[in-house]
Design a protein around this ligand. Structure first.
Ligand code: SF4
Length: 500
């Protein structure tokens, strides 16, 4: 959107076209420049396809293609090393220097705008909202000012790309200029989405919250849309840092003066329990009851660690009368080209099982105690047993636990109870080394394992469809459907559909 501002009607007055995906209608026209945005590094294959498509749209002239964004920055060498992309400009980091420099434009070959050596950095431009209407997909941020009050971070967490991408914590320019300019150009937006990595670490934190209030986002703020008054909301959508929040109730008291919704606090491992819990207690004291958090897993944690963190949220919900929703996020090293990483205390089978549980809940761990206990078990041991179940028993819980599949589930459980700890670990170890379509080839010496294997064999699509139809007919009183969470509060890509 900032690039569109640079080239668009208030900038260079070029003809700008925005496409999402491989829109073949662009192939009929000659383009001077094509920009490709990359995001997740594990989407190497898909972003590679987008780069290939851009080269095709540029008629094979790789020097017209510019690729930037997070993956292009974190995996810069890997992108540059691809021979077929020779000539493409892969941009590392932000476009925060004058355009000709940031885009590596060559004056000798008289490239378009290579003389723009003193212009405003593209990073500082106001996003052009008008391009969003060029695609049918409705971006959740369409009705939001989205910007930053600070960049970078004071920390260097090993699992995080921010230190490499953005470096040290620093302030950005005033929010007021950005928001009033967006308002003038594109009309008033309902929400304010701030993508700061660690806003509470900013020494301007109190000035930032004061500015947010002055901009019309004080606690309880509303706006009139279609003759109806609707609540505005502020979302620091990358989360805020419990290790700072826990030091002084001032932080939560300040955040409670703006219409923050939800308050997202990261809870990345059990070692953060004390600061996390303190931060949540301060939030409740400040009257902030709608909370959400990101929970990293598959890093150095174990399934038990994840369970305990989810469980603590339920306990806090019950004790404080608040509602915390969690979004477990599977760790992948930021330089890996796919999602194949398996943490030292996880295995492929457990990751698959958790993914199935989360698929049923749309990636959200509900804050409702009954819902949680049913989806994740009453205890760490129950959670571990759940992760070891056959896939279709996990995905169709109510069918197997309550409805027509009960007899099959009971006989599975009878056999399961007869397994020793070693048997279970051998079974899961073997299944982890295979993809489900290969489970039938697993060889075991133990007759108990040979016998229980039948429950793990994947069912055919036709069997699953029939099961699902029958399940819908017999549908029980409860269902594993999460409470409704507005779409713009969900995590856009939790990798729930990817193969593990
Ligand atoms: S505090 Fe958050 S943004 Fe900062 S390095 Fe750690 S995970 Fe990344």
């Amino acid at each position: 959107m900032k690039l569109a501002q640079y080239h668009g009607p208030d900038g260079k007055r070029d003809n700008v076209r925005f496409v999402k995906g491989e829109d073949r209608s662009v192939l009929d026209q000659a383009w001077d420049r094509i920009y490709v945005a990359t995001l997740f590094s594990f989407e190497w294959k898909k972003t590679g396809d987008a780069v290939d498509f851009a080269i095709a749209a540029a008629g094979g002239q790789t020097n017209k293609v510019f690729v930037g964004g997070i993956a292009a920055s974190l995996m810069h060498e890997a992108y540059c090393a691809e021979r077929k992309w020779r000539g493409v400009r892969f941009i590392r980091g932000l476009l925060d220097s004058p355009p000709a420099e940031a885009l590596q434009l060559d004056e000798f070959s008289e490239e378009l705008y290579s003389d723009d050596v003193n212009g405003e950095p593209i990073e500082n431009l106001i996003p052009d909202y008008s391009i969003l209407s060029q695609v049918s997909y409705e971006y959740p941020v369409n009705d939001a000012y989205f910007t930053y009050a600070s960049r970078g971070c004071v920390r260097k967490c090993k699992f995080c790309g921010v230190p490499k991408l953005e470096g040290a914590q620093r302030d950005t320019e005033s929010l007021s200029r950005i928001i009033t300019t967006i308002e003038e150009k594109y009309g008033t937006k309902k929400d304010l989405i701030l993508m700061d990595n660690n806003v509470v670490a900013s020494h301007r934190f109190r000035e930032i919250t004061a500015e947010i209030r002055d901009l019309g986002f004080q606690a309880g703020a509303s706006i009139v849309r279609n003759e109806r008054s609707i609540q505005r909301r502020v979302d620091f959508n990358q989360g805020v840092d419990a290790r700072i929040l826990c030091k002084d109730p001032m932080y939560l008291d300040e955040l409670a003066t703006i219409c923050i919704d939800p308050l997202r606090i990261a809870f990345d491992h059990w070692g953060l329990r004390k600061p996390y819990e303190q931060a949540i207690r301060f939030s409740a004291d400040a009257g902030l009851h709608k909370l959400s958090n990101y929970m990293l897993y598959n890093f150095k944690d174990s399934p038990g660690d994840l369970y305990q963190r989810m469980r603590l949220n339920i306990d806090l919900n019950e004790a404080l009368g608040i509602r915390i929703f969690s979004f477990p996020m599977r760790y992948q090293p930021v330089n890996l080209k796919d999602r194949s990483h398996i943490g030292p205390l996880w295995n492929r089978y457990f990751l698959r099982s958790l993914q199935l549980i989360l698929q049923a809940t749309h990636g959200v761990v509900s804050g409702a105690p009954n819902f949680f206990r049913r989806a994740f078990g009453e205890s760490e041991d129950e959670f571990a047993e759940l992760l070891m179940r056959p896939e279709h028993f996990i995905f169709n819980r109510d069918w197997y636990e309550e409805l027509g599949g009960r007899a099959e589930f009971d006989s599975y459980q009878n056999e399961w109870r007869k397994l020793t700890k070693e048997n279970k670990s051998e079974l899961i170890g073997k299944l982890s080394s295979l993809v489900p379509s290969q489970y039938h080839s697993a060889k075991f010496r133990s007759p108990k394992l040979r016998s229980i294997l039948k429950y793990y064999l994947p069912k055919s699509h036709a069997e699953l469809r029939e099961l699902w139809n029958e399940r819908n007919r017999q549908r029980s009183a409860y269902d594993l459907v999460s409470e409704a969470i507005p779409r713009d509060e969900l995590v856009e890509d939790a990798g729930l559909k990817e193969a593990v």
